[in-house]
Design a protein around this ligand. Structure first.
Ligand code: TNX
Length: 726
């Protein structure tokens, strides 16, 4: 006899964690799941049709859209003024096993509910096609944004961004509930929008013959770079964005950053021929202030106004050197005639004329915070980029403000200090810092705070020539900014990182190549009692650090890091994050070069400069060398003008015969070698005997490593005096 047993094994998988970015105001998980499949219908009436179709589009489905339910599983769109209390962009999304219900008072709210729905689908089934199904967890989400302006600025001038990439960017903004795309359409290095009245702007101004290599090295790549949007392209971009509730704000930067236009029409500048700029930086070739030049700007803006329905038109106003105006007889005469006290007031005169013109067409101007100098135009909105101060001043004077300070919002800055990081403009803006931004400065009271419309991150593209690099620089920092703009103020970085892990997977499924520094290992060193303690950390909590001390590559079999590692000899500590047995993130290592002073105590007569002293005095003797390239790391100490006396207590008497030094030699960065260093020894810490000195410390390398050798001497205390360059 045979017993035949058929077994059906049903995998009971835990429902995926709910991880929505930006975090909604209220998320209340329910019981069970809703299965979206080809027989689900979308219940929507005529004015909900656009968003209903969008559901089909984003999930790659072809669900029946009907005005009423036929007892089927349904997604019910319920747009009604009854829900006005949810706010203009707010929504309620309820998912139960039998239906998905969306409530909102506007199509924006419905649209954002759909974005949340997309992020509730497992990353693996983001777009499923007709014949598959998606499981959604039962949940109720009630949500609305904190700020009305949640933006990204894209610099399309320094490197042109093709239309398709702009469209994709709009989708990504919408996915993160961001609602403003500021297109920087003109700058010294390229004019990017067709203007019918001035065809040379694009014929000449959209193409530069080559581009400088690296940071204005003086070498050029010999490759022409160009591109522009036709007026049809713009109409297509605007229509695409409007459907996704993204407002496209055009910027024509004036009166500075105009060399591409001057290359096309030299009479707009000083009349001398110019070429489209091939280098980066602030450029003295600016527009003149003649009536015909102001007319040119008005004509350009008239076409811009026709193309972009945005209530706001950005007129730039940043970084306008005044040298040309100082030299120009016309400008000086105009200033005299108009009673303008300096060239800053002349810039205000210019901007006011432009504002008046745009106001007459029903548009508001936005300008970078420089337009506050010399008197702000009466109705202008300010983009505060050089810090918070411009924003504070403007809000206190009753002007609307968009907060976009470099220190939190400049995504062209480095996001990691890892030596392999791709070239960026400079600065340091890791994910944590972007996330820590609070757009309402403390200096503003409740009334003034109302003028802060929201926040925006800026992507200047001097060093961003490709789509791949663009994605790397934008993501995931853009996700952090989305949360600053949308979510409640009491958000928490650890929780954000937790949600970011599945969110990054989602982005990858959408074909984006985000940066991922969540598994980069960061170390912290302390010393004393004859040992050095190294603690390790990382941002994400879903991986473990494994490490080795014998030079071998860490594997899942290597010890797990759980508390600070004590080191008592020369060694190389290697570490790596592992997730489910797989290495993840970049490998990390640190050599420790043990010597008599390592792990002992040291005192300094003079504190290091705060900018060059983050590792403290211990950094000098912890056995870890400062970087050969970057003097800004925790291992280098810098002293501003003053001499310093260092005293090391070796803990017990030792035989000492040499002191090895490392000095950073970076004259270009105002970092100078010391004039002199002397060594003295003592057994009691009271009376010292000089044993050697260094003079004429010179060298061509960035790091100079001299030694003072002397006869082997028993000593417990070592005193080193370093004479500053001054
Ligand atoms: C300053 S931000 C600029 C841009 C540069 C950027 C680089 C602003 C209004 N002007 O022209 O591209 O720095 O970070």
């Amino acid at each position: 006899m045979f017993g035949i047993i058929a077994l059906t094994l049903t995998a009971i998988t835990a429902p995926e964690e709910i991880a929505i970015v930006p975090q909604p105001f209220i998320v209340a998980p329910g019981q069970g799941t809703f299965t979206l499949a080809s027989d689900t219908i979308i219940v929507a009436d005529r004015n909900e049709l656009e968003e209903a179709r969008y559901i089909n589009e984003v999930f790659g489905m072809n669900l029946l859209i009907d005005g009423q339910s036929k007892n089927k599983k349904r997604i019910h769109i319920n747009m009604d003024m009854r829900f006005a209390k949810l706010g203009e962009e707010g929504y309620r999304l309820g998912i139960s096993p039998s239906e998905i219900e969306i409530e909102a008072s506007t199509s924006k709210g419905v649209f954002y509910a759909i974005q949340t729905l997309r992020q509730l689908a497992p990353a693996s089934t983001l777009r499923i096609g007709d014949n598959a199904s998606i499981e959604f967890p039962a949940v109720t989400v009630q949500d609305h944004p904190r700020f009305g302006w949640r933006g990204l600025m894209m610099d399309t001038s320094r490197h042109f961004m093709p239309k398709d990439s702009v469209l994709k960017m709009i989708d990504l903004l919408a996915f993160h509930k961001m609602n403003s795309l500021h297109l920087h359409l003109s700058d010294d290095q390229g004019w990017r929008v067709e203007i019918k009245k001035y065809p040379k702007l694009t014929e000449v101004g959209s193409m530069r013959k080559e581009t400088v290599v690296g940071r204005n090295t003086g070498q050029y790549d010999g490759t022409p770079h160009g591109g522009f949007y036709t007026q049809d392209d713009i109409r297509e971009i605007v229509a695409y964005a409007t459907k996704r509730h993204v407002n496209v704000v055009p910027e024509i930067d004036m009166p500075g950053h105009m060399q591409a236009a001057i290359a096309a029409y030299p009479h707009l500048g000083d009349g001398k021929p110019a070429e489209v700029f091939t280098r980066w930086g602030v450029n003295p070739r600016v527009l003149n202030t003649k009536p015909e030049t102001i007319q040119f700007c008005k004509d350009v803006l008239d076409e811009i106004t026709m193309l972009f329905p945005s209530d706001f038109i950005h007129i730039g106003g940043d970084e306008c050197p005044k040298i040309k105006w100082k030299e120009s007889a016309f400008c000086q005469e105009l200033m005299r005639r108009e009673g303008l006290k300096d060239e800053f007031e002349l810039q205000s005169y210019f901007v006011r004329r432009i504002e008046k013109h745009l106001n007459s067409k029903g548009k508001q101007i936005i300008g970078w915070d420089e337009i506050l100098e010399g008197g702000v135009a009466p109705n202008a909105t300010i983009m505060s980029w050089r810090g918070l101060e411009g924003g504070i001043e403007a809000a206190q004077a009753g002007h609307d403000v968009i907060m976009t300070p470099t220190s939190y919002c400049y995504l062209d800055y480095y996001q990691s200090d890892h030596p392999d990081e791709p070239l960026a403009i400079g600065g340091f803006l890791p994910l944590q810092t972007v996330y820590s931004f609070e757009p309402i400065p403390e200096a503003l009271n409740a009334e003034e705070s109302k003028y802060i419309l929201g926040t925006q991150v800026n992507l200047w593209t001097e060093y961003i020539p490709t789509r791949e690099k663009l994605e790397y620089m934008l993501f995931p920092r853009l996700c952090a900014s989305a949360e600053i703009g949308w979510s409640a103020k009491d958000r928490e970085f650890g929780d954000f990182v937790h949600r970011l892990v599945p969110h990054l997977e989602r982005l990858q499924k959408m074909g984006i190549r985000p940066a991922n520094h969540l598994y980069d290992i960061k170390s912290n060193t302390s010393g004393g009692d004859g040992q050095v303690q190294i603690s390790l950390d990382k941002l994400a909590d879903d991986a473990q650090i494994h490490y080795t001390l014998d030079g071998s590559t860490p594997s899942p079999q290597s010890p797990i890091y759980d508390s600070a590692i004590a080191i008592q000899q020369s060694t190389t500590l290697k570490a790596q994050c592992f997730k489910q047995g797989e290495a993840i993130g970049r490998p990390w290592q640190q050599a420790i070069d043990w010597h008599l002073a390592t792990g002992r105590t040291i005192t300094l007569s003079e504190p290091p400069h705060p900018k060059y002293g983050s590792g403290g005095a211990q950094a000098l003797i912890n056995g870890i060398n400062g970087s050969n390239e970057r003097y800004g790391d925790a291992e280098w100490l810098g002293f501003d003008g003053k001499d310093c006396k260092l005293t090391i207590d070796l803990g017990q008497e030792q035989t000492v015969h040499a002191v090895h030094f490392r000095f950073f030699n970076g004259e270009g960065q105002w970092i100078y070698l010391p004039r002199k260093a002397t060594v003295a020894l003592s057994t009691d810490g009271q009376s010292y005997r000089a044993v050697g000195q260094l003079e004429d410390i010179t060298g061509a390398d960035k790091v100079i490593t001299p030694t003072i050798d002397f006869e082997a001497t028993p000593a417990r205390f070592v005193q080193i005096e370093v004479e500053n360059f001054g």
